[in-house]
Design a protein around this ligand. Sequence first.
Ligand SMILES: *[C@@H]1O[C@H](CO)[C@@H](O)[C@H](O)[C@H]1NC(C)=O
Length: 311
Amino acid sequence: MSGNNKTVISHFVLLGLPITPEHHHLFYSVFLAMYLTTILGNLIIIILICLDTNLHTPMYLFLGNLSFTDLCFSSVTMPKLLQNMKSQVPSIPYAGCLTQMYFFLFFGDLESFLLVAMAYDRYVAICFPLHYTSIMSPKLCVSLVLLSWVITTSHAMLHTLLLTRLSFCENNVIPHFFCDLSALLKLACSDIHINELVVLIIGGLVVILPFLLIIVSYTLIVSSILKVPSTRGIHKVFSTCGSHLSVVSLFYGTIIGLYLCPSANNSTLKDTVMSMMYTVVTPMLNPFIYSLRNRDMKAALKRVLQKKTVF
Ligand SMILES: *[C@@H]1O[C@H](CO)[C@@H](O)[C@H](O)[C@H]1NC(C)=O
C-alpha cells in the first residue's frame, strides 16, 4: 500500500468531451469558432474602452476588467481542449494540470468579484446619483479591483498548495475536459478531508458571498425605485442595470444549476455540459450583452472608427 502511494504521476489524461468520433470535426469547428468569437469580442471591448475617453467611467473600467477576465478565463481551458481534440493521447503534465487549475479558480473567482464591484457601482449610480463621482473615485475603483485580485490570488493559491500535498496512484484519467479541482480530488489516493473542508468553507464563501452582495445591492436599487415609482425610474434601471443583470443571471444561473440541482443518473455528462456553459458560453456572450443594447458602446465604436479614417 505504501509502495502504491509513492507512485509519482508525471501527467494526467484528460478524457475530454463525451462525443462520438464522427462528431469530432463538427465540435472542433464549433468550439474554435466560439473561442475566436470570445477573443475578438472581448478584445474589441477592451480596445474601445482604452481608446475612447468618454468610456473612462467606473462602469466601463470595470467592464474592461471583466472582458479581460473573460478572455483569460476561456484561454485557460479552450486552447488545451482544442489541442487535445486533435491529439491521439490527450494528456497534460502534472505541473500543467495544477497551473490550469490555479488559473481556472483565479479567473473564475475574479469574474464574480468584478460583478460585485459592478453591482455596487450601479447601486451608487441609482441611489446616490448626485454623489456618484465623489463616491466612485478612481482611488476606490483601483482599490476594488486590487482587492479582488488579492482575494482571488490567495483563494486559488490555497487550493493549489493544498493539492500539491496529495499523492496520486495509478489512476490518472480525469473524466473532464480540463483539470477540475473536484475531479482531481476524486483521483487522489491520500487523505483529502482537509481539502474537502477548505473547498466547502472557503469555496462556499467565495461563491456565496459575491452572490449575496449582488442580491443586496439589487434589493436596495429596487426598493429605492419603489419608494418613488415612476416609469422613468424603472426605465433608467433597466437601461443601466439590464446588461449587468443579464450577465449575473447567466453566470450564477449555471453555477446554481451545476451545484444545487440534484443530478440524475448521468452526472458526468451534466457536469461537462454545465462547465461548457460557464467556461465557453458565458465569456463569449458577455461582450454581446454589453455592446448590442448599449448606446455608449456603439457611439464609441463609431468615434474610434471615424478617428481612424480622419488620420
Ligand atoms: C481595470 O480597472 C482599473 C481600475 O479602475 C483601471 O485603471 C483599468 O484601466 C481597468 N482595465 C481595463 C482593461 O479596463
